[in-house]
Design a protein around this ligand. Structure first.
Ligand code: G6P
Ligand code: MG
Length: 222
């Protein structure tokens, strides 16, 4: 029986994935690295350091810098990202999400956040959603990032639920892989080809409808 919902944040609750990409692009330009089109999906859901290493790998530069230099690059990306998210308001909650959260509350579902971002609490405050969730996984406590299942398992445990009692929402292929590795029902938001491992796919958050998703979830559990 459905008892809880687990959400990724960037690209699911708010369109902050584009700010991450913008900030990484600026750093990449400084380092004379051109991001390939697949970076748009590949950078979603990855921790800050994994993202930096992925960007460096596009130009064979993973070993070209010291740990201190890499830490400084990550810091400057985050400084820019923090500037970009300063302007966020509740109007930046993605279409369909407020209704989904309201419908979930009416059904008495518990909800948690499974975001790799250390900035998640700040963003939720800007969106005035800081009291909307029962739990937020602390990414500092993770041993392995998405596509590993750990973050979704912790988000489920924080709700005291079993894997077959939750539905998890993601916009990244690494995130959908992580959900499936945790044996949870995955809703993918975005390109159906990229997110093909998901159990239920919508092109954008505007198309999210809890009743329809619950029907698909219930059908799979029968
Ligand atoms: C999310 C985003 C990634 C980002 C990661 C770490 O998973 O999708 O693009 O790299 O969080 O975010 P942070 O804000 O801690 O750098
Ligand atoms: Mg995301």
């Amino acid at each position: 029986m459905l008892k809880g919902l687990i959400f990724d944040l960037d690209g699911v609750i708010a369109d902050t994935a584009r700010f991450h990409l913008q900030a990484w692009n600026q750093l990449a330009q400084r380092l004379d690295i051109v991001l390939p089109p697949e970076a748009n999906d590949a950078l979603r859901g990855r921790s800050r350091m994994d993202s930096l290493n992925l960007i460096l790998s596009y130009d064979d530069k993973v070993d070209a810098f010291s740990d201190d230099e890499k830490a400084a690059f990550a810091q400057s990306k985050n400084d820019l990202y923090l500037q970009l998210i300063q302007t966020l308001t509740p109007a930046d909650i993605l279409p369909g999400i407020a209704q989904l959260l309201q419908d979930a509350k009416s059904l008495g579902l518990h909800m948690s956040i499974a975001s790799a971002s250390k900035n998640a609490p700040t963003i939720l405050k800007h969106l005035q959603l800081d009291t909307a969730f029962d739990a937020i996984v602390d990414p500092a406590k993770l041993h392995r990032g998405k596509p590993d299942s750990e973050i979704f398992e912790l988000a489920q445990q924080a709700l005291n639920l079993q894997a077959d009692e939750v539905i998890s929402f993601e916009d990244a292929s690494a995130g959908v892989q992580a959900i499936k590795a945790a044996n949870q029902f995955a809703v993918g938001i975005g390109d159906a080809q990229v997110l093909k491992q998901a159990d239920y796919i919508v092109a954008s958050t505007a198309a999210l409808n809890l009743a329809a998703i619950k029907k698909a979830f219930d059908a799979l559990k029968c």
